[in-house]
Design a protein around this ligand. Structure first.
Ligand code: SAM
Length: 304
């Protein structure tokens, strides 16, 4: 099968599609997938076209994101329409509507889900997200596990002085739910911004501790992420992109913004390829060329 490679010889095998810029949470640190204000949203048919062409070029894994993807009224239809074209459709969600949607999404073809939960403490949760919803999100996670979505991953962005002390409880909670805990390094929207310096938490020490308490460590192909299989039965994955050239060298992703632009890197907006006009013209060959152009613009953000 044809797989596109960028100028750094990195194969591009996955697509991360933002379905909307809208969100019902107001996480103060949110990078919004590196997107600038997007007012338009792609239709189900446009999303299907994008996935069909991406798949024919070797992008066989699709992750749906946002904003909050579950705010799209056609979300199950989107999953149902794109599933036949690829090997795997997954989603990242804030979990608020997951209790209601988990089973429907699984039936539509969704394979797995990441749910953001940055703290189990309601006060801290609310400080971070601006909403009182920790119990609702916990129910969403449990419903996702029950529905058959696998693995369910809990995304926790670790923020110094806010939720860093919650890590042990989060490990325990994830293990008890049958979920994998993903500890994510706080990435700046603007590098060096004062609020980033204030909350940035270096995960190196946590990783040392995890190593000591693990019976096994697996290195994932995607971005060389490490997964720690703890002796107590928990599983913790570390996502640590900052200043990490190995993370970038092993990045297989192309992104699609909510308003229909191909986006080669989370951290940049000066190299987008707008495919919305092509989608309106129904020319799939042109769409293929746009993908090739976007891949040719890919460049590791952090270099060795
Ligand atoms: N609303 C959905 C959710 O909560 O998963 C999807 C969009 S959200 C932007 C996707 C993931 O990016 C979430 O797990 C979120 O916590 C994470 N994220 C957002 N801003 C971040 C930042 N500045 N650094 C690291 N991760 C971030």
């Amino acid at each position: 099968m044809r797989v596109l490679r960028d100028p750094f010889n990195r194969p591009v095998t996955s697509l991360r599609i933002s379905l909307t810029h809208r969100c019902n949470f107001r996480c103060f640190f949110c990078h919004m997938e590196g997107e600038q204000d997007c007012r338009r949203e792609l239709s189900t048919t446009e999303i299907e076209k994008i996935v069909m062409v991406a798949s024919s070029l070797g992008m066989r894994k699709v992750k749906l994101t946002g904003g909050e993807p579950l705010l799209r009224e056609d979300i199950t239809e989107i999953v149902r329409r794109i599933t036949p074209h690829v090997d795997e459709v997954s989603m990242t969600s804030n979990g608020f509507y997951l209790e209601e949607y988990a089973e429907k999404l699984y039936e539509a073809g969704l394979k797995r889900v990441n749910v953001s939960l940055h703290s189990l403490n309601q006060q801290i949760f609310e400080k971070i997200t601006g909403v009182n919803a920790v119990e609702k999100v916990k129910k969403g996670i449990k419903a996702a596990v029950k529905s058959g979505l696998k693995p369910v991953k809990i995304n926790m962005v670790v923020l110094k002085g806010l939720n860093d002390k919650d890590i042990p409880r989060m490990i325990e909670f994830s293990k008890n739910c049958g979920a994998i805990l993903q500890l994510i390094e706080f990435q700046p929207i603007q590098y060096g911004a004062p609020y980033w310096k204030k909350f940035y938490y270096d995960l190196s020490l946590v990783e040392e501790e995890l190593k000591e308490n693990s019976k096994d460590v697996l290195v994932r192909e995607l971005q060389r992420r490490r997964q720690y299989y703890l002796r107590n039965g928990g599983i913790v994955e570390i996502v640590k992109p900052m200043h990490n050239s190995s993370f970038c060298m092993n990045c297989t992703r192309l992104r699609v913004t909510a308003d229909g632009k191909l986006k080669p890197c989370l951290m940049r907006n000066d190299n987008l390829v707008d495919v919305k006009p092509i989608l309106e013209s129904h020319d799939l060959k042109e769409l293929e060329k746009a993908f090739e152009e976007a891949v040719s613009r890919r460049e590791p953000y952090w270099k060795g």
